[in-house]
Design a protein around this ligand. Sequence first.
Ligand SMILES: Nc1nc2c(ncn2[C@@H]2O[C@H](COP(=O)(O)OP(=O)(O)OP(=O)(O)O)[C@@H](O)[C@H]2O)c(=O)[nH]1
Length: 308
Amino acid sequence: MPFDTTTLEQTGEASQPLALLGDRLPGLIFQCYRSAEGAIRFPYLAGADRRVLGDARQRQRLAVDGRHAFDRVHPEDFPRLMVAVERSAKSLSLIATQVRLTRPGGSEAWFGVRAQPEPHGDGTLWHGIMVDISEQIAHQAHLRELSDTDELTGLPNRRKLMSCLDHQLSLSCRHGTPLSLILFDLDHFKRVNDTWGHLKGDEVLGRLSELCQELLRGEDMLARLGGEEFAVLLPLTPKPQALNVAQRLRERVAGHDFGLPRHRLTISLGVAEYRIGESREALIDRADCHLYIAKESGRNRAVGSAEE
Ligand SMILES: Nc1nc2c(ncn2[C@@H]2O[C@H](COP(=O)(O)OP(=O)(O)OP(=O)(O)O)[C@@H](O)[C@H]2O)c(=O)[nH]1
């Protein structure tokens, strides 16, 4: 049965309040029809945000050929949206997803999409709603950032390091690329707190973070694990190069004046390169074991193997 686009708008008197509401509704209500051959049309569009799909003329065209509506979807979100549409058409299940759309002026907005499908003629008809959720997405990003950041130093915290480590380990496994981890710890930091006070200790931790950050490449991740313990994740880096980085960090800290009268600060470092297939914990344990050896063998040194 061919799809009649007029029937949806000719629903009699009862449609009058709905049409008024539709214009003012902060969002977008739509019907989307896809034929068995894959042709897409938007026979019904309403709501204040319908303008996201273009001016009146452009929207009228969508009633005949809806492909251009998808030009507004962010390229990163497009495949996910298409998968959701396919799955929904096949199983007649609700589409519930989030996509970025480019408004006609060029600005980008996140929309939450919900659409219920039903078989119609030889194709599928969705009844859907889209709401601008940009503020919620920004708020969520802010909360995520807070939960991933160490308050004192502004560095990524342990939680963030662990999730990046998981990601980098899977890349390393898949592509066989090297990956190294440095764990380091300030030597005798307790003395700093005991002698100059906790506030000065905090200041030292902040300055130490800046110093180390300056030495590292953009793709390396410096994180504070807690207390006076830090980690550096070095993607695409085999152990000899990671040991070089560790030595440079050590020298940089030992040569820096932290403003502590007659006192120089040093760090001890443990370095380990990821062995394809080992667990995250095993890698951390090996780096930690090397750090322990560095401490035991006199501090202010970088250790990359258990034999040292
Ligand atoms: N100021 C400050 N001190 C901290 C913070 N977190 C941990 N510390 C201090 O770091 C010190 C760590 O002491 P220890 O674990 O004995 O280690 P250390 O004195 O550095 O000795 P080694 O690691 O063996 O060289 C303690 O005094 C903690 O109070 C912090 O956020 N701020």
